[in-house]
Design a protein around this ligand. Structure first.
Ligand code: SAM
Length: 315
């Protein structure tokens, strides 16, 4: 790497920008969605403040998860999809023993622990079984879990692979086992609004302070508005180009827009699209294997489009 750095230093700025564009193009076209996603998570992990919702579960989301996790039978066998720090902390706090943490990135399993540490939460990993695996291939015993839990896991799986994913989850659950997970559902109300208008609305709000929550509010609205209905995905490049097109002479507003661009620039660099699905599209996938127990939303942030689904495996 040092050698590469020394060589690249001699290139002109113009050539360096060209090389960067080439690398982005290669990463976008050469890698599969899964490889892009793994690269993204390996390199970014949980760098956000893990108390920020909707990207992380809120206090009230955790109460909802807890309520349905501890419902009924004792000593449940639980599988956690991903390494969402606050869910690991919840599973440990509730007293589940030997729950499995399945993630294709060991780096994230570890950064997630560090993120908890920063909040003063020291999680004992003795109770955890770490499984480095893609969720579609987890080598686990069939019908061995009472409950599978995961926060925003469907936004990690390409829509055409979701039926396989749902089959996999159902195959690992005991009869009548549960899946509990928060999902992002597209806000269809933004469809008749020009992206420029969506940006303007947020920029003109009296309390614009460039908070992470406000940046996410704009990002999710643009994600939903700019989605490709056929692929059920939104390209980060499309969002960035709308943000850059927006003209304003107000420095504060420009800073805000720049911050939103920065938030997704790493995803854009490798061409990893956002998965953006409507409620009907999501329901269509899950109802082959699961019946709906309930849908609940948290009360401590604008959670209308981030509901928690409690699903029971069909018999
Ligand atoms: C639980 S998800 C959701 C995170 C966050 N709440 C969000 O919306 O961005 C993130 C975690 O899932 C893992 N992950 C994503 N896709 C995966 C896959 N196909 N198989 C295994 N782990 C995966 C990532 O490494 C990461 O640790």
């Amino acid at each position: 790497m040092r050698l590469m750095y020394s060589i690249l230093k001699w290139f002109s700025n113009k050539d360096l920008l060209y090389i960067r564009r080439l690398i982005t193009e290669i990463l976008t076209h050469k890698l599969s969605h899964n490889e892009q996603s793994k690269l993204f998570w390996d390199n970014n992990g949980y760098t956000w403040n893990i108390r920020v919702s909707p990207v992380n579960p809120s206090e009230d989301d955790l109460n909802i998860y807890k309520k349905y996790l501890i419902d009924g039978k004792k000593n449940k066998k639980v599988l956690l999809l991903g390494s969402t720090p606050l869910l690991r902390s919840l599973l440990s706090e509730v007293g589940f023993k030997n729950y499995v943490v399945a993630d294709f990135s060991f780096a994230v399993i570890e950064t997630s622990l560090r993120a908890l540490n920063k909040l003063g939460i020291n999680l004992s990993t003795e109770n955890e079984i770490w499984l480095k695996s893609d969720w579609l291939d987890m080598p686990l015993e069939l019908e061995s879990f009472d409950c599978i839990v995961g926060d925003m896991v469907f936004t990690q799986i390409e829509p055409h692979k979701q039926p396989l994913f749902v089959e996999k989850l159902a195959s690992l659950l005991k009869p009548k086992g549960y899946f509990i997970g928060r999902v992002h559902i597209c806000n269809l109300n933004v469809n008749d609004r020009e992206p420029r208008k969506i940006i303007e609305e947020i920029l003109s709000s009296k309390d614009l302070e460039n908070t992470v929550e406000q940046r996410f509010a704009l990002l999710y609205k643009l994600r939903d508005r700019l989605r490709n209905n056929k692929t059920q995905t939104t390209s980060p490049h499309t969002i960035i180009s709308e943000l850059l097109k927006y003209q304003t002479s107000d420095e504060k507003k420009r800073d805000f827009l720049r911050s939103v661009v920065n938030m997704i620039s790493r995803r854009a660099e490798i061409g990893l699209p956002f998965i953006s699905q409507t409620k009907d599209e999501f329901m269509n996938v899950i109802f082959k294997e699961f019946s709906l127990e309930t849908i609940v939303t948290a009360s401590d942030y604008t959670s209308e489009y981030f509901p928690i689904y409690v699903l029971q495996k069909k018999t």
